[in-house]
Design a protein around this ligand. Sequence first.
Ligand SMILES: Nc1ncnc2c1ncn2[C@@H]1O[C@H](COP(=O)(O)OP(=O)(O)OP(=O)(O)O)[C@@H](O)[C@H]1O
Length: 291
Amino acid sequence: MITIRNLRKSYGSNHVLHGIDLDVKAGEFVVMLGLSGAGKSTLLRCMNGLNRADSGTLQVGGIDLMQKHSRRELARHVAMVFQHHNLVPRLSVRKNVLTGRLGQVGTFASMMQMFRHSDIVLADQCLERVGLINKADQRTQALSGGQMQRVGIARALAQQPNVILADEPVASLDPKTARSVLQYLRDATREMGIAVVCNLHQVDYAKEFGDRVVGLAQGRMVFNDVPAALNAAALDAIYHTTDVQSSSMPAMDGVQPRPYPHEHVPAYCAGKWMPATANAAHAVAATERAL
Ligand SMILES: Nc1ncnc2c1ncn2[C@@H]1O[C@H](COP(=O)(O)OP(=O)(O)OP(=O)(O)O)[C@@H](O)[C@H]1O
């Protein structure tokens, strides 16, 4: 459902993504962890077409995002769940879910918010899935934060996407509500065979809900494995890259390697540690000596 190879993205001179590789299968729930600024949102925004990647391969839900594509086509395959749910408070819960169908109806019907009976049935099924069918006719503004987030999930499901991208969907919820929202998201997507990439800041939730966890540090993927492999060393690679770098770089030829952050993030991938490019410091030192 998602195939990413050697994906790179910069904002001006700020190189944010340094060659990301990632595959996500149908029905798989992948949690993405990383410090603030690691590049998680940038990667999600590349995946949903809001950002244009500079180079690499990027196929999401059957769409090649490195080629020209229409927003409508993308909306048919890729749905977003946002931290602040982006619902219209004065609309009923059902109407908010129906907005997930706007990309799939004709332009006129979309402008007039005219929905087919089948769309209304689908919206109600999605509300059933997140346990909110009894709120369908209520104004959305009367719901709690956790309920609103579940409406956001129902709206994403109503798009009948192949892929859901969730950017910190539980950041503003208490732990109990957050767990219940993640449970709804994971169960629905598993049952419907939707590939999910979900940015989170909570390692506990990643372990509890992820089929797989990927860790980004300074725009590089430093972990990609099952949650059970998320041990102290892996967490160090994701969250304390400077410490890991300096302790993992031996001196060579009497030259103490300088910290070159991007080049020295060791990577833990599919059960084994990759030394990353520790030799790069030596290469730089040797070049400096030669000049
Ligand atoms: N629109 C933008 N224009 C310029 N720089 C940006 C833009 N968006 C993000 N950045 C920069 O890209 C880097 C990665 O930011 P990004 O938001 O992807 O990180 P993140 O891992 O999602 O962080 P957080 O967990 O805080 O959301 C940061 O240095 C940020 O300043």
